[in-house]
Write a protein that binds this ligand. Structure first.
Ligand code: HEC
Length: 107
């Protein structure tokens, strides 16, 4: 009986873990991380130049994150932010890209 309970608990735990792994990221969290961690260098006049969701199309953002390199190829995106936060930032930027249904200038 105890073994069954343990097995059931393991199944629940696994379901949760894979549920999170499969999640495609949250645009709301992404907006937060983008403002907090990217905007410091990406407003007008800052060292990275202005970047907003409108800087690229949905396809271009997807390709950018798939490639995963930043700052003219000198750095990995994962050196800028942890992978799970990047997933959220990607979702935010793609959802509000220049050719998206809800383009957004602010970041
Ligand atoms: C410490 C400063 C800094 C931070 C933080 C930063 N960037 Fe950058 N970023 C730069 C610089 C510098 C460049 C190169 C600008 C140029 O081309 O002259 C750049 C370039 C870019 C580019 C243009 C293409 C490229 O990679 O060269 C994109 C898109 C970009 N950053 C997105 C982001 C995103 C998304 C984040 C947050 C996850 C971020 N940046 C965080 C400094 C920063």
């Amino acid at each position: 009986m105890r073994g069954t309970m343990k097995a059931a608990a393991a199944v629940v735990a696994l379901t949760f873990a894979s549920g999170f792994a499969l999640a495609q990221g949250s645009a709301n969290k992404g907006r937060f991380h983008f403002k907090k961690s990217c905007k410091s260098c990406h407003v007008k006049g800052a060292e990275g130049g202005e970047i907003t969701p409108l800087s690229k199309t949905q396809e271009q953002w997807k390709r950018y994150f798939a490639k995963g390199v930043h700052n003219k190829g000198t750095q990995k995106l994962t050196d800028v932010l942890p992978a799970e936060q990047l997933q959220d930032v990607q979702k935010f930027l793609v959802d509000h890209a220049a050719d998206s249904p809800q383009p957004e200038t602010c970041g």
